[in-house]
Ligand binder design. Sequence first.
Ligand SMILES: [Zn+2]
Length: 105
Amino acid sequence: MNQHRGTYCRCTTVQNYDYDEAASKLKCFRRWLENNISRLPHQKIGGSVAFCDCELALIQAMSTVLPDGVLTEDVPEESPDSKAALPNLMTIRPSGARRRSKAVS
Ligand SMILES: [Zn+2]
């Protein structure tokens, strides 16, 4: 149940939001967060609940509704390291450069 934070949290510094701040960031009701806290990613620090940006982003993703047909492509073509996708120049051979050696008689 307790997943390691490293699986989703990319925070380099601690920046947490309480219920009110999280609700205001998500534009949802604080009460909704409180009522659903057991199934929402959050931190429990002492008796308090806190959220970081990543947890708010997860809640946002969990709450996103995408009707059918909104996205036509399921898999976004993303190639951050497109260097590997460059054509391999070594395999390209010049064509039509064949030379006939003349036999001198
Ligand atoms: Zn985080």
